[in-house]
Design a protein. Structure first.
Length: 510
């Protein structure tokens, strides 16, 4: 009679799986809560203590850590010496193990969780059994994911000795235990406020296979740190599946609106950088102002709102070809209107970063890791460096421009007026070119640049950027400062009666 050991925290599908094994003539061994759940379903099961002849101890911390369990899992069936050792020690082989681990990740991320409670959810026996069984996959079937119960039962019913399946299940085990250990190490690092430990493990789970990557011919997949977290927490309400580039642009759109939470803001993003960003009293007007910045580039864009989208806004958006739209909520009428565009991806919800999350950049042979950029737009450390102080209206626009420019690819310049971008110069190799482009784009869209304000993500290395702004009629500039030619730049601003503010912070986005 083949033997299965079942010991699971997640009991999804457990009873049905156990019944299937019983019908096939299997003997079942189990532990604690799993055995209790099976008996409650009238399933005959033996306790692990009957196998080990040793009672559970230390509040259940020790129950399966015993040679009678690990010998039964690790013994090679093709080794006469291993089988002889089992007979000598009266150990019966275990042919199948179904184990999933204590919910460490869920406990560690729960608000208000105490360290002692988190530590108790560090599973020791579970990973040990999984690893033992996975190492011996040639003889033992090991299941860490309840989603695999069905195909394992199907193989057993068909009497299919599927070595490839057992190898795949073993692979899943080692991936899961590696991710589990990484989550534990991450928690310990957070507990001692160390965000850059000696070794970083990034456990990722495949959310979905994508049709292709940035270009056709490049295979791609979407991986997440935790299921139903971040962008994966958004609920798709309509449209075709998300592409690689859609996901990148979604992140860019969400990043653009991040500093405007609590306000009504709309960001229109193309190739991960805004081509329009605006705030207003309602989503429709915010959208119209954002679109007016660069309506040509908005074709095929991704749009992010910080406020619920209503029917009026949906009608306006649906008149433009848009790849994706994301908002915290949509009215039923808005969903119906947007749903008429069969290819438009509609995503609802909030995509949050997990606490202490790092920002990673891939380079050949490694990663760069940094803290995520903070873009609160506060004016506490701002310093007026010109003779003329900005007016209150200018200050309001400068604050908007400073929050907006942080989401634009460097070198970045934005022109803004009345809570909206009117010209954006992105990704230029020189700052004066970025300033020129912002003015050029503004005029191309029919905007009068006179009386606008300018935001720069980094300092002006020369006075030519200020001269470019003055020629366009800019009246106030916000920039980090810190150039060796700051005095020269400030002098140029004074010559043109431009108010200039230094923030003391840089906002490069490479």
């Amino acid at each position: 009679m083949p033997t299965a050991l079942l010991s699971v925290s997640d009991k999804t599908g457990l009873v049905e799986f156990a019944k299937g094994l019983i019908e096939l003539g299997w003997d079942l061994i189990s532990t604690g809560g799993t055995a209790k759940a099976l008996r409650a379903a009238a399933i005959n099961v033996r306790d692990v203590s009957e196998i080990t002849h040793f009672a559970e101890m230390l509040d259940g911390r020790v129950k399966t850590l015993h040679p009678a369990i690990h010998g039964a899992l690790l013994a090679r069936r093709d080794s006469p010496e291993h089988l002889k050792a089992l007979r000598e020690h009266k150990i019966e082989p275990i042919d199948l193990v179904a184990v999933n681990l204590y919910p460490f990740e869920e406990t560690a991320t729960r608000a208000g969780a105490k360290p002692e409670d988190v530590i108790e959810q560090i599973d020791i026996g579970g990973p040990s059994m999984l690893r033992s069984a996975a190492k011996n996959f040639a003889s033992v079937t090991v299941i860490v994911d309840p989603a695999d119960y069905g195909r394992v039962l199907a193989a057993l019913v068909a009497k299919d000795d599927d070595l490839d399946l057992r190898r795949l299940l073993a692979e899943k085990v080692f991936a899961r235990t590696a991710a589990y250990d990484a989550a534990i190490a991450y928690w310990f690092g957070c507990e001692r406020a160390e965000i850059f430990p000696e070794r970083i493990n990034i456990p990722l789970e495949k959310e979905t296979t994508l049709r292709y990557g940035e270009n056709p011919g490049q295979r791609a997949a979407f991986y997440v740190e935790r299921a139903h977290d971040g962008i994966a927490a958004l609920e798709q309400k309509g449209g075709k599946e998300l592409s690689f580039n859609n996901l990148l642009d979604l992140e860019g759109a969400l990043f653009a609106t991040d500093p405007f939470q609590g306000e009504i803001c709309c960001a229109i993003v193309k190739h991960t950088t805004p081509c329009g960003l605006a705030t207003d009293a309602n989503p429709l007007d915010a959208y119209k102002k954002a679109l007016a910045c660069d309506p040509v580039s908005a074709f095929g864009s991704v749009i992010s709102f910080t406020a619920p989208v209503d029917e009026e806004t949906a009608e306006a958006v649906s008149s433009l070809f848009v790849e994706c739209i994301v908002a915290p909520q949509f009215t039923s009428g808005a969903l119906e209107i947007l749903g008429r565009k069969k290819n438009l991806r509609v995503l609802e919800g909030r995509a949050q970063w997990r606490p202490h999350a790092l920002d990673y950049k891939r380079v050949r042979g490694g990663f760069l890791a940094q803290e995520r950029a903070t873009r609160d737009g506060g004016r506490e450390e701002w310093r007026v460096v010109t003779r003329r102080e900005p007016t209150e209206a200018e200050l309001k626009d400068l604050q908007f421009a400073w929050r907006a420019v942080g989401s634009v690819k460097s070198n970045a310049i934005v022109l803004a007026r009345d809570g909206a971008t009117i010209g954006i110069g992105a990704g230029q190799m020189s700052r004066v070119d970025a300033a020129f482009l912002s003015v050029h784009k503004a005029r191309l869209a029919g905007h009068d640049t006179k009386g606008s304000v300018l935001g720069s993500d980094a300092f002006f290395p020369f006075r030519d950027g200020v001269e470019q702004a003055a020629e366009a009629g800019v009246t106030a500039i916000v920039q980090p400062g810190g150039s060796v030619r700051d005095e020269e730049v400030i002098k140029a601003a004074d010559e043109y009666d431009i108010a200039m503010v230094f923030t003391g912070k840089r906002q490069f986005r490479h």
